[in-house]
Design a protein around this ligand. Structure first.
Ligand code: AMP
Length: 355
């Protein structure tokens, strides 16, 4: 892993910063937000010519493209990005395409604390962190023979719900499980899903204060998932199995939602506890994170996952959200990240938010 001293050394020579990210996921929002805060922007793309679709969005088109033959190449060509005074802003696809191991080795100042990765990517450690923070999670079943209610089975590292399935009995579990892959069995929580977008600033000491820094809520979305969201139109899931149709949870888009207002205090307390625990466990995560929750009819949150960087659901709120507007009109998560970098630069505290 690249060391803190190496990154501080690189930053020592930085002057006119640029924001760089991979051309996917939430890049339009990130480039647009960085530009609003006065940064140059660089888009990393695979291929021998820039992706055409940016031409359709001139206010979100990076100032410059950095073309690579494969995502592995980013690691070897980091020096070129350093020469451009670039700061990487990671998103889910950036880390996924590069691979977590390579991402940890990248010799380029990167927004956020990279140490969070080991806590996020291992489902056991994630549970240790979240439950240790006092956050309620879906019950976990250690053995398939313990299954006594509908359960949700997911594979380690599976992104976008790929391969996940529902089972109601051990027999159903055995029929669907793919051998040789690590999995986790959770109770299937019945309720409504809310993906809450938070932003933790270790720099700001105003608003919703934590022991160090402050917490903001920038928006909430719900994911559209194929084909579970539309399956009901064909009839009961059980009867569809004879046609080889099983529910899948592949994210295809996002819709905006707001929470019942009386749930907001709990949502903030959850975010607060997760940040405080991260400060104790690994020096704290920085910037955007998302608690993926289901609210039951008893108005209780169950958190089934955490994402510790910008999530694609924030793309809904490029011009602000019903929550971020109450702090500053028009603030997207992409712009908020750029604002944090700008603030740290002004206060000579870049070492606290980059790693
Ligand atoms: P994940 O792979 O954890 O992001 O989950 C993918 C999708 O599966 C979520 O967006 C939810 O729709 C659903 N899901 C995950 N965990 C549960 C659970 N414990 N109960 C019900 N649905 C779940």
């Amino acid at each position: 892993m690249v060391t803190r001293n190496e990154i501080l050394g690189i930053l020592g020579d930085y002057r006119d910063l640029a924001v760089v990210t991979v051309c996917s996921h939430s890049s339009l929002q990130l480039f647009h937000g960085a530009r609003q805060e006065g940064f140059r922007t660089i888009g990393i793309a695979v291929g021998n010519k820039p992706p055409k679709f940016y031409d359709a969005f001139p206010r979100a088109k990076p100032d410059e493209f950095f073309l690579v033959d494969s995502y592995d190449e980013i690691l070897d060509r980091a020096d070129e990005l350093v020469a451009k005074n670039a700061v990487a802003v990671p998103h889910g696809s950036f880390v996924e395409y590069m691979g977590a191991k390579n991402f940890l080795k990248l010799r380029l100042p990167t927004f956020g604390n990279r140490r969070v990765l080991s806590w996020e990517s291992d489902r056991e450690k994630q549970r240790e962190w979240l439950e240790g923070a006092g956050v309620d999670m879906p019950k976990r079943f250690r053995r398939p023979s313990d299954i006594d209610r509908p359960v949700f089975v997911k594979y380690y590292g599976a992104k976008g719900g790929k391969g996940a399935f529902i089972a109601k009995t051990e027999k159903e579990f055995r029929a669907a499980i793919k051998p040789g892959q690590k999995y986790t069995i959770q109770e299937y929580v019945v309720g409504t899903r809310y993906y809450v977008h938070y932003f933790y600033s270790p720099l700001l000491e105003d608003g919703y204060r934590l022991s160090r820094g402050s917490l903001e809520m920038l928006g909430i979305d719900r994911r559209d998932e194929a084909n579970i969201d539309e399956m009901y139109k064909l009839g009961a899931q059980e009867s569809l199995r004879e046609y080889g149709l099983y529910p899948t949870f592949v994210v295809t888009g996002n819709v905006p939602v707001v929470l019942r207002e009386s749930l907001l205090p709990t949502a903030f307390e959850m975010g607060e506890r997760v940040v405080e625990a991260s400060l104790d466990l690994f020096g704290g995560m920085v910037g955007p994170f998302c608690l993926e929750t289901i609210v039951t009819d008893r108005l209780r949150f169950k958190v089934f996952e955490i994402s510790t960087r910008i999530v694609a659901g924030t793309n809904l709120f490029i011009s602000g959200s019903p929550y971020s507007d109450l702090r500053e009109a028009g603030m997207s998560t992409g712009r908020r990240i750029a604002r944090e970098i700008r603030l740290a630069q002004k206060e000579d505290r870049l070492g606290e938010i980059l790693s």
